[in-house]
Design a protein around this ligand. Structure first.
Ligand SMILES: *[C@@H]1O[C@H](CO)[C@@H](O)[C@H](O)[C@H]1NC(C)=O
Ligand SMILES: *[C@@H]1O[C@H](CO)[C@@H](O)[C@H](O)[C@H]1NC(C)=O
Ligand SMILES: *[C@@H]1O[C@H](CO)[C@@H](O)[C@H](O)[C@H]1NC(C)=O
Length: 971
């Protein structure tokens, strides 16, 4: 009975389904199911309703004859969620286009049922998992799966999709491996995008059989071998992108057969040899990038009569000879970079003929002669850097007033002549670098009208005359270098109006008169050099107000008493060579000095200094008492490591089995356990010792045991015990106990299940997702900030950690951050006293810039280092990476990306950013940039940092509120 009902139902279903209009019901259901799996914040899918014809649905198209769904197109609609397998029910589907959304999850294998599919485009989503074999979809013409997180083996089955015209698989997380040989069967392919997908090995020969190919993009992989001659067979190519690979060998002449080639980028490989002269016949070329290779020889003269060339970059090679004279004569050249080669001869004079040149870089070559006159009318120029060449002669007049130029760097050449008064019209100029040339004459007053000027380097030239008072109008200037010239006359007191000045160097001139007392208004000044002049009068006491970290007034004719704070900062060497300067007797008792002593009544000042000294001794005395006391206490508690401890004896750690145990927290464990550490449980090696995990016998969980290197033991133990022993804070690692004997020293610490922040940031969970999403990172940032803020502001005396970095921030099982490793920490009070007390510590990439010229440790050093940690959280990058450039770090790298919104978004960690949190990440990026201000006094205190971070809390509900908010990094 029931069975016959069922049969009837099945029969009816089949009958009815012969009529397309009823079948639509099934398609509607499939689409409703598809919608259910998605989050659609902007309600694009509002029209997708039950009992409606799917042909009315937004983004859905139907076959006009059959009424069946043939296309779904939802491009850039902020959709998240996953693609439902119900998609497989749309039997007539020919096109599924869902690019630039936030789709996650894997690609459903049910797509194989859509046998009519011609276009599948899901580029730019967050999809992951391994790809299903889609080789049954024989009609596919466009397959774009690029820019996702797909993993597993590189899909070799695509070689069977012989109808393909466009194939994008790049920027995924495929396993490392070669390009499949069978890709060459795709004879209709015009577009191949395999960038950034962990490809290794050589380009298979079969690739060069894809005669229709127009775009070959395999950049950012590990492709090796050379570019074979068969590249010449791909005569339809207009774009070759092979930059950032390991290509070697020489370029084949056959490249010249590619007469349609418009873009050629093989930069950042190890290709050598010369450029075949025939390349000069590639008359369609627009972009030619071969920088960072080992090329030598000349640039083919054919580059001089290209009509479309707009970008030419050959920096960091060994090219030599002259640049083709006609380069840029017939094309709208926009940017040229010839830096770091051995080019000789003159600059090409027609380069700016079409008035489109914006970027001209020719740093570090052997170019000679004058700048061509025509450059003086190159109004499009934005950046002009030709430092370190043999250039000479005068600068063409108009050059000084180019309206768009932001940076002019002519340093380290032999240029002569003066600066023209028309410089007042250089409306965009922010950096003028003329150092080390033969420029002469007076500085025009009009230079003071270049209101955007930030850096002015006139040093090591033959300038003379007075320093114009008008320079005081440069409100934006931060670096003013005028040293090693022949300036004379007084230092204008108006200079003090440059309120953003950070560096002022007027050394080695013939300046006379006194030091303006107005200089005490320089609130941002960091270093001041007035040495080697003819300055007279006294050193203004008001300068003590400045927060300088470098000062030099040596070799002048100054007289009178040196303000003691200036002397303690600069030392003798900042004042020697001034016969009539002297130093207060009581000041001198702090540090040895060769300066003469002033015989006069000591005033309030010296009393203040005396108080400081007394304080110093008090602190030292206090420390001795504390440490002594601790040792006494611990001696009273001493216990024996039982002789029966086999392991310890085996390792021959000596006979001295007496351990002193100092407990700081209530914690039950046996000394024996600590003594028998197992190398298998090593969890880390820090700067001061090895750390082991120890699972306690009494079932009270695990602890971490740090075995301190012998040589550092006393210093480290003192620091760690003293600081950690007195601190209780949820964001600071707990010290449970301390064991001391002659041979080994152990600290027993809280065990952190998730290791350190650095590891966690670079760990991935399955599918290539990072372990820490933005919410977790944010929580860690706040926790760590609270911990450091507590050290700086809530314990007394305050503690400066001195080695804040992501490896010293540990994470417990709930990812709560705990500050660890106090091995080099200092109590704030001892940090000012003499340089002998503090050695340079910290970790490369985290050290505040002022540490290069001062050993004065302030809490602002920790703020800087914490700023670096914030940058790690926001960018997912390491503090030091090769691609920041030599000697550059993450702080530098980030600041080069803050010019506009577009660029700024690029620094955000691509693995965690999404549209709804990017504004939140930008807020934390802003905090990071103020923390890493070059000037210590522009950095906020940790208390302020905590407050700013709390204001930057991610709002889960603010999915689209932030959309139109402007990112103004520089206001
Ligand atoms: C591709 O097609 C060939 C023959 O047509 C077949 O032998 C092979 O298994 C297919 N490869 C894949 C990965 O489907
Ligand atoms: C996929 O869609 C994106 C966004 O519309 C587009 O830029 C890209 O060219 C498409 N891919 C192919 C291969 O057509
Ligand atoms: C894909 O990502 C989701 C969510 O981001 C995650 O839960 C899942 O485990 C990942 N799948 C794979 C196979 O990596």
């Amino acid at each position: 009975m029931a069975r016959s009902h069922l049969m009837l139902a099945v029969f009816l279903y089949f009958c009815l389904c012969m009529l397309p209009s009823l079948c639509q019901n099934e398609e509607t259901q499939a689409l409703i199911e598809f919608k259910k799996q998605l989050t659609d914040p902007f309600k694009y899918l509002a029209s997708w309703k039950d009992f409606e014809s799917p042909c009315q649905f937004f983004g859905v198209s139907c076959d006009p004859k059959t009424g069946m769904v043939i296309g779904i197109s939802l491009d850039n609609k902020s959709l998240s969620g996953e693609i439902s397998p119900s998609i497989g029910k749309l039997k007539s589907l020919t096109s599924l286009v869902l690019p630039s959304n936030l789709l996650a999850g894997s690609l459903p294998s049910e797509l194989n049922n859509c046998v009519n599919l011609r276009v599948l485009n899901v580029t730019g989503n967050n999809m992951n998992g391994t790809l299903p074999d889609l080789s049954k979809l024989k009609r596919l013409q466009i397959l774009d799966l690029s820019i996702n997180y797909f993993s597993g083996a590189f899909p070799a089955w695509v070689g069977n999709l012989t109808s393909l015209v466009s194939l994008g698989l790049g920027d995924n997380e495929f396993d490392e491996g070669g390009i499949p040989q069978n890709l060459g069967s795709l004879r209709n392919l015009t577009w191949l995008y395999l960038a950034g997908s962990h490809l290794t090995g050589e380009i298979p020969e079969s690739i060069f059989e894809m005669k229709a190919l127009q775009t070959l993009d395999i950049c950012r992989n590990k492709i090796s071998g050379n570019l074979p001659t068969s590249i010449g067979k791909l005569s339809n190519l207009n774009k070759i992108e092979l930059f950032l690979n390991n290509l070697t060998g020489e370029l084949p002449v056959e490249l010249a057969n590619l007469t349609l080639l418009e873009e050629f980028d093989i930069s950042s490989n190890q290709i050598s040899g010369t450029l075949p002269p025939e390349i000069g016949n590639l008359k369609s070329l627009k972009i030619f990038h071969v920088y960072k290779n080992n090329f030598s020889g000349k640039i083919p003269s054919g580059f001089g009569d290209m009509h479309h060339l707009i970008a030419f970059s050959v920096y960091k090679n060994n090219f030599s000879g002259e640049i083709p004279e006609n380069l840029g004569r017939f094309s709208p050249m926009n940017s040229i970079d010839m830096s770091e080669n051995k080019f000789t001869g003159r600059f090409p004079k027609y380069l700016c003929r079409r008035k489109s040149l914006q970027f001209f870089l020719a740093v570090e070559n052997n170019f000679s002669g004058e700048l061509p006159d025509s450059y003086g009318s190159c109004e499009s120029l934005v950046r002009f850097r030709v430092c370190q060449n043999n250039l000479s002669g005068k600068i063409p007049d108009g050059f000084w007033s180019l309206p768009n130029v932001k940076m002019i760097d002519l340093s380290n050449n032999h240029f002569s002549g003066g600066i023209s008064t028309i410089i007042r019209s250089a409306a965009s100029l922010s950096q003028l670098i003329l150092s080390n040339n033969r420029f002469s004459g007076e500085i025009p007053n009009e230079l003071g009208q270049v209101s955007g000027l930030e850096k002015l380097y006139l040093d090591k030239n033959e300038f003379s005359g007075r320093i114009p008072a008008e320079l005081g109008d440069l409100k934006q200037i931060s670096s003013l270098h005028m040293e090693d010239n022949s300036f004379s006359g007084p230092i204008p007191s108006e200079l003090a109006r440059c309120s953003r000045l950070v560096e002022l160097d007027l050394a080695s001139n013939s300046l006379s008169g006194s030091i303006p007392s107005s200089f005490s208004m320089f609130l941002s000044l960091n270093s001041l050099n007035l040495s080697g002049n003819k300055l007279t009068g006294s050193v203004p006491t008001s300068l003590e107000k400045l927060k300088l970290s470098s000062i030099d007034m040596s070799n002048n004719q100054l007289s009178g008493i040196i303000p003691s704070d200036l002397w303690t900062m600069g030392g003798d060497k900042a004042f020697i060579g001034n016969n009539r300067l002297c130093i207060d007797e009581s000041t001198r008792s702090i540090m040895k000095s060769d300066l003469s002593v002033c015989y006069q009544k000591t005033g309030d000042k010296s009393n203040f200094m005396k108080r400081r000294i007394v304080l110093f001794y008090l602190i030292v005395f206090g420390l001795i008492v504390v440490i002594g006391g601790l040792m006494l206490v611990s001696y009273a508690n001493f216990r024996h490591c039982e002789p029966s401890l086999g392991k310890k004896d085996e390792k021959g750690k000596g006979d001295d089995s007496k351990f002193r145990l100092e407990s700081f927290h209530l914690m039950e464990f046996d000394v024996d356990e600590i003594c028998s550490l197992d190398e298998d449980n090593l969890i880390g090696t820090g700067s001061t010792g090895k750390v082991y995990r120890l699972d306690l016998k009494k079932g009270s969980g695990s602890v971490a045991v740090k075995k301190i290197w012998k040589k550092d033991a006393v210093k480290v133990l003192t620091a760690e015990m003293e600081i950690l022993g007195m601190i209780r804070h949820r964001n600071i690692l707990k010290l449970y106990a301390c064991l001391i004997n002659e041979g080994s020293n152990f600290l027993v610490l809280e065990y952190m299940a998730n290791g350190n922040l650095f590891q966690a940031l670079h760990r991935q969970i399955k599918g290539g997702k990072p372990e820490l999403d933005w919410h977790q990172r944010y929580k860690i940032a706040v926790g760590a900030a609270k911990g450091i803020s507590y050290l700086h502001h809530d314990v007394s005396p305050a503690v400066i950690h001195r080695d804040i970095k992501s490896t010293n921030i540990l994470l417990d099982e709930d990812y709560e951050a705990k500050i660890a490793d106090f091995g080099v920490a200092r109590l704030a009070e001892d940090s000012n006293i003499g340089s002998g007390f503090s050695s340079l510590t910290g970790t490369h990439g985290y050290i505040a810039p002022e540490m290069a010229y001062t050993l004065k440790i302030t809490d602002k050093c920790d703020v800087y280092s914490f700023g670096v940690v914030l940058l790690e959280l926001v960018t997912g990058r390491k503090p030091v990476e090769d691609d920041y450039g030599e000697g550059k770090d993450i702080v530098y790298w980030v600041t080069t990306h803050l010019n506009n919104k577009e660029e700024t978004f690029k620094v955000l960690d691509r693995k965690v950013v999404s549209e709804d949190i990017q504004e939140d990440m930008i807020k934390v990026l802003k905090v990071a940039t103020v923390c890493t201000s070059k000037l210590p006094n522009l950095r906020p205190s940790m208390k302020e940092v905590v407050k700013m971070l709390i204001d930057a809390q991610p709002h889960k509900s603010s999915v689209h509120t932030g959309k139109n908010e402007k990112v103004d990094m520089y206001t």
